[in-house]
Ligand binder design. Structure first.
Ligand SMILES: Cc1ncc(COP(=O)(O)O)c(C=O)c1O
Length: 302
């Protein structure tokens, strides 16, 4: 299976600091600041029919994440987007997953790192399914919690934050689940380890306020799709003891897309026609040409 092939033993080209290089030559020095101190930010994007869905939104978020992490990106939004498209084209990828990452280099190795240069790499590969399960997902309630905004750069898509997700997901998988639902330090429901979460109650969607976690691009897209279908979307504080009162649940993310959830810890959810509808709407939207997409976004924002 292609997803089991180690990432460094594939073929193709990777964009590294301004040039396309052979896949296996895209290397980082072991004394890079990004490796020792997780001074890195990244984006996960999907390619549908040779086009990157929400390309500009992802590029802008990468730059925002750099700014939050006090990293100066040597490339602007247009250059980053052009480079992403060049990688997709050079690798001949029609359907795949695109990763853009920026990290601090090896000029300085200590906690302070203002003398380091920011490097950028962009790679793309086929990755048809984010969750290994084909079925509706089962989530454990994780023991690890999302930290307060004074303790971590919570609104950046920063590598350092994924330590929490990796530990929570490992524990969930060991217990036989697909993923973990993370609470924050106040005990509020936040998101899964790599996807936002929605609950369905009657004809309304309920989703946590993204105040201390990523307001996902897919989350925003799905809110637009739901409203276009006349569904109410309520962004509010959700506590774990409320889970018993929801009919259905799904998660959203660029990699995960829209994926139904059947269980969170002891709570069970039914399959929902609303989830099915939003999955279909999302699948349709991602294949619309970029111009139509911009119009749809403008309409749903209006
Ligand atoms: C922690 C986390 N939350 C949410 C998301 C969903 O974000 P998006 O829809 O922008 O991919 C992701 C995926 O990138 C993520 O890693």
């Amino acid at each position: 299976m292609s997803e089991l092939l180690p990432m460094d033993r594939r073929d193709g080209v990777i964009w590294l600091d301004g040039a396309l290089v052979p896949w296996r030559d895209a290397k980082v020095h072991v004394l890079s600041h990004g490796l020792h101190y997780a001074s890195a930010v990244f984006e996960g994007e999907r390619v549908y029919g040779g086009q990157v869905f929400q390309l500009a939104a992802h590029g802008q978020r990468l730059l925002r994440s750099c700014a939050i992490m006090d990293m100066e990106c040597p490339y602007g939004a247009t250059a980053l987007d052009r480079a992403a498209l060049a990688v997709v084209q050079a690798n001949g990828i029609e359907e795949g997953y695109l990763r853009r990452i920026a990290w601090r280099g090896a000029e300085q190795l200590g906690v302070a790192a203002r003398a380091t240069r920011t490097h950028v790499a962009i790679a793309v590969w086929p990755w048809p399914r984010y969750f290994s399960s084909d079925a509706s997902l089962r989530l454990a309630i994780g023991d690890w919690r999302r930290p307060p905004p004074e303790s971590a750069p919570v609104l950046a898509k920063a590598s350092c934050l994924y330590a929490i997700g990796t530990l929570a997901k490992h524990a969930a998988e060991r217990a036989g689940y697909d993923d973990a639902l993370l609470l924050d330090w106040r005990g509020r429901v936040t998101e899964a380890t790599g996807a936002n979460i929605f609950f369905i109650q009657g004809d309304a969607l309920h989703t946590p306020v993204p105040d201390v976690f990523l307001d996902g691009i897919t989350r925003q897209t799905v809110i637009g799709l739901a409203r276009a279908r006349g569904l109410a979307v309520v962004e509010r504080v959700i506590m774990p003891d409320e889970l018993a009162g929801f009919d259905a649940c799904f998660v959203t993310g660029s990699a995960a897309e829209v994926a139904p959830v059947q269980q969170i810890g002891a709570f069970r959810f039914e399959p929902s026609p609303i989830t099915r509808q939003l999955m279909d709407d999302y699948a349709c939207l991602v294949r619309q040409p970029a111009v139509e997409l911009a119009q749809t976004a403008a309409q749903s924002a209006a």
